[in-house]
Design a protein around this ligand. Structure first.
Ligand code: NAD
Length: 484
């Protein structure tokens, strides 16, 4: 059955569907077949969206109370829940991810709206001690119009992750989804309108990075920018934000380690380690893409991990396998390039190529891949593959383990596996990463956990109460008191 739709998915600007002069095709990565035609917005539509957001901010949204905003956000969460199966299927078609993952992503998206609806009512200002005849207090005011540039790997989750706190704080948003997977972000804009969000408070403007993305990043009418994506584009967006002297949150990539000490429970660790690299086909910023393992248990752990990797089911997202396809042919070529770059001395334990299954020929599949003996300074030891490829490096003592854990430009997540609680906490302090997990692994954790990078993994924090504050600016008010 063909999945080609009849109509073009237009932008959502000022509460109305808006066509662009051109369209671009979105492909189903599980089959390689066209999935949708989407408006290819550019500078003109970005201008319109920023103007619509500004208008709604000035005339409506900035005048609402936290209680009113919270009610609407809660309704958005409820509508996401109502349509969760439709949204999950759309996300799975658009990204190729297993349906269970699509469902989990949609649940998390709803949670962002619920969480920020609740927490915005607890966002208090301060009273500041000062002279006895002066009252000093602070207000947490919204920036105004916030720009949001979203990657393709978790579209509805990341759109909700940045839009929900921005809206809760009183900002109006212009959101550009990734060209590979824009469909659920567009649907989110429709649900927000249905929930009673004023038209123009959430504008979704699909398009190419170098067109719509660049126009949004450089727009003079944007007061704050949230970027999630690669380091390379993060730099470009940062430069544009610097020109306009606006704050920018950068959520970038990672090369996150699972660090396994000799006393760890290997049977418990192995499945979690495998899941941390096959989740979303390894296309997760916080993927556990390095396995640093103590020498005495090295051989055993590699055996456990590879045994498990060989049992992973692979297939189209809607069949709900454990591993779906990569997002595109280009991404598969990139992953293959990494595999081919591996020098002699590195042992390919399993995988290393697309699966042989003829039925999967049309999609962009790649087998779970395990390399042992990877040199920490090599390309595979340093760079983000963004595919289901795990690099193993053994270590001889704790000092070397810490050195290896910190030996990349990234610092997003780390996991430590040991039964020695004192060592676990000592290591958690030594590792330079925005989140550290002990005897577990969370790809960023729940909506309540502040999330973001050290070093080139970015700066600023998403999620948690911290993100709500990040979408406000502090205003200090001082009042001279007069009395009898
Ligand atoms: P990308 O940087 O190529 O694209 C991200 C977004 O930027 C897309 O919407 C794209 O259209 C846009 N863009 C591209 N060029 C642009 C330009 N010149 N100006 C403005 N915008 C532009 O990243 P991607 O390939 O979509 O996603 C993969 C990367 O994202 C990985 O590095 C991954 O680690 C990272 N990521 C990070 C997080 C996090 O929270 N830390 C989450 C998901 C993905």
């Amino acid at each position: 059955m063909s999945t080609i739709p009849a109509e073009v998915r237009n932008a959502m600007i000022g509460g109305e569907p808006v066509a662009a002069a051109a369209t671009f095709a979105v492909v189903n990565p599980s089959t390689g077949e066209p999935l949708a035609e989407v408006a290819r917005c550019g500078a003109t539509e970005i201008d319109q969206a920023v103007a619509a957001a500004r208008h709604t901010f000035e005339t409506a949204w900035r005048k609402t109370t936290a209680v009113e905003r919270a009610r609407i956000l809660r309704r958005i969460g409820a509508l996401i829940e109502r349509d969760s199966e439709e949204l999950a299927r759309l996300e799975t078609l658009d990204t190729g991810k297993p349906l269970s993952q699509g469902r989990a992503d949609v649940r998390v998206a709803a949670r962002y709206f619920e969480y920020y609806a609740d927490t915005v009512e607890a966002l208090f200002g301060d009273t500041v001690p000062g002279p006895s005849d002066v009252l000093i207090y602070t207000l947490n005011e919204p920036f105004g119009v916030t720009g949001h540039i979203i990657p393709w790997n978790y579209p509805i989750q990341i759109s909700s992750r940045t839009a929900a706190p921005a809206l809760a704080a009183g900002n109006c948003c212009v959101l550009k989804p990734a060209e590979e997977a824009p469909l659920t972000s567009l649907r989110l804009a429709e649900l927000a309108l249905e929930a009673g969000l004023p038209p123009g408070a959430l504008n979704v403007v699909p398009g190419l990075g170098e067109e719509a993305g660049a126009a949004l990043a450089a727009h003079r009418g944007i007061d704050h920018l949230a970027f999630t994506g690669s380091v390379e584009v993060g730099r470009i967006v940062s430069r544009a934000a610097a020109e306009n002297v606006i704050p920018v949150t950068l959520e970038l990539g990672g090369k996150s380690p699972n660090l396994v000490l000799a006393d760890a429970d290997l049977e418990a660790a192995a499945p979690v380690i495998v899941n941390s690299i096959i989740q979303n086909a390894g296309q997760t910023c916080s993927a556990g893409s390095r396995l640093l393992v103590a020498e005495p248990i090295h051989e055993r752990l590699v055996e456990l991990v590879s045994e498990r990797m060989k049992t992973i089911s692979i297939g189209p997202g809607l069949d709900d396998p454990q591993l779906g396809p990569l997002i595109s042919a280009a991404q598969r070529d990139r992953v293959r390039g990494f595999v081919e770059s591996v020098g002699s001395g590195v042992h390919l334990v399993c995988g290393g190529s697309p699966p042989a299954d003829e039925k999967l020929r049309g999609g962009y599949f790649f087998q779970p891949t395990l390399f042992d003996g990877v040199a920490p300074e090599s390309k595979l030891g340093q760079e983000e593959v963004f595919g289901p490829v795990l690099a193993v490096t053994p270590f001889s003592d704790l000092e070397q383990a810490v050195r290896l854990a910190n030996a990349t430009d990234y610092g997003l997540i780390a996991a430590i596996w040991t039964t020695d609680v004192g060592r676990a906490h000592w290591l958690a302090r030594e590792v330079r990463a925005g989140q550290v997990y002990i005897n577990t692994y969370g790809a960023g954790g729940g909506v309540e956990l502040p999330f973001g990078g050290f070093k080139r993994s970015g700066h600023g924090r998403e999620k948690g109460f911290e993100a709500l504050r990040a979408y406000t600016q502090t205003k200090t008010i001082a009042v001279k008191l007069a009395g009898g």
